[in-house]
Design a protein around this ligand. Structure first.
Ligand SMILES: C[C@@](CO)(OP(=O)(O)O)[C@H](O)COP(=O)(O)OP(=O)(O)OC[C@H]1O[C@@H](n2ccc(N)nc2=O)[C@H](O)[C@@H]1O
Ligand SMILES: Nc1ncnc2c1ncn2[C@@H]1O[C@H](COP(=O)(O)OP(=O)(O)O)[C@@H](O)[C@H]1O
Length: 282
């Protein structure tokens, strides 16, 4: 095999609670991750010379900081593999959108190059490598919708309802570190069990970052109000994207028809198995 084209799906946080803070400043979370059938695409072509080349690069992100290039180099270092790759990126997910695009790109790179370079590392090891790149990478490596604890890396697979979503991007970028660093962020939600979270279902789910992101980023508050007046709506991760869930594709498309020009948006179905794993048969 000389080349491989793979999806890097988006995720949503269908619930996000902040229950404390670790000594290193990272926040302890409880969250429900689900994938979408919408995302970026990466094409990997084998190189014999060990070089890792990405095209096109991302505006404002030097290649050496790009999570795709960092994931490829980390895998080379871990495995001692002397092969390289040309990577072509089709970027569809907004950056800093709370859809986990960078993390998903990193996971697709780890699994894609593991296959292209014939390394056959276990998913658990690839997830450990992924965690060095970002708190959200392991869920994309394991590829199952999950209840997550710790900083998002302690994962228990779950089967969630799979509604149609409308995801609205208010065309601003939210810095995850700024939200987690905000003094007004509440960090003391009482921990709950997974069973209790699942029992309540979507109507009972909320995101503890929402009040802080609303106050720091007024365009996100406006998007939540616009969407929330039409269907139940929430923030994903630390934003900037907000999402609403609907019973059918037709309802989702109807909602999109009214979208103000100041937003971009897409519709997508919730998935409990990542399309990456479906494509790889893993
Ligand atoms: C909040 C979540 C929920 O899914 O999503 P996003 O909105 O970013 O997608 C994630 O946990 C984000 O994960 P990720 O985007 O990988 O974050 P990282 O790069 O590891 O961390 C960025 C910065 O956010 C802060 N951070 C991140 C995660 C966490 N549990 N506690 C933190 O305090 C730290 O200051 C860190 O330096
Ligand atoms: N391949 C990548 N795709 C997107 N962002 C990347 C990538 N590599 C590094 N980044 C950096 O990570 C930041 C967070 O990106 P992203 O994962 O898209 O958002 P979020 O964590 O909010 O879901 C970006 O603003 C960018 O600086």
């Amino acid at each position: 095999m000389n080349a491989l084209t793979l999806p890097a799906p988006a995720k949503l946080n269908r619930l996000l609670h902040i229950i404390g803070r670790r000594a290193d400043g990272y926040h302890k979370l409880q969250t429900l991750f689900q994938f979408l059938d919408h995302g970026d695409e990466l094409r990997f072509q084998l190189r014999q010379d060990g070089e890792v080349r990405l095209t096109p690069g991302l505006p404002g992100v030097p290649d050496s900081d790009n999570l795709i290039v960092r994931a490829a180099r980390l895998l080379q270092a871990e495995s001692g593999c002397s092969l390289g790759t040309d990577i072509q990126l089709t970027k569809r997910l907004p950056m800093g959108g709370g859809l986990g695009g960078g993390s998903s790109n990193a996971a697709t790179t780890l699994l894609g190059l593991d296959r292209l370079w014939q390394l056959e590392l276990p998913l658990g090891r690839l997830a450990e490598l992924g965690l060095q790149l970002g708190a959200d990478v392991p869920v994309f490596v394991h590829g199952q919708a999950a209840w997550a604890e710790g900083i998002g890396e302690k994962l228990t697979p779950v089967a969630l309802d799979t509604p149609w979503f409308v995801v609205v991007h208010p065309r601003i970028e939210v810095a995850t570190a700024a939200v987690f660093g905000a003094p007004q962020l509440t960090r003391d939600t009482a921990p709950i069990t997974m069973a209790r979270a699942l029992q309540g279902g979507a109507p009972s789910w909320h995101n503890d970052c929402e009040p802080t992101v609303r106050s720091l980023y007024p365009p996100v508050a406006e998007a939540l109000d616009w969407l929330g007046s039409r269907a139940p709506a929430m923030l994903t991760g630390t934003g900037a994207c907000v999402f609403a869930w609907l019973d059918s594709r037709a309802d989702a498309k109807r909602l999109l028809a009214d979208l103000p020009d100041r937003y971009t948006a897409f519709t997508a179905r919730g998935l409990n198995l990542s399309p990456l794993h479906a494509a790889l048969g893993r």
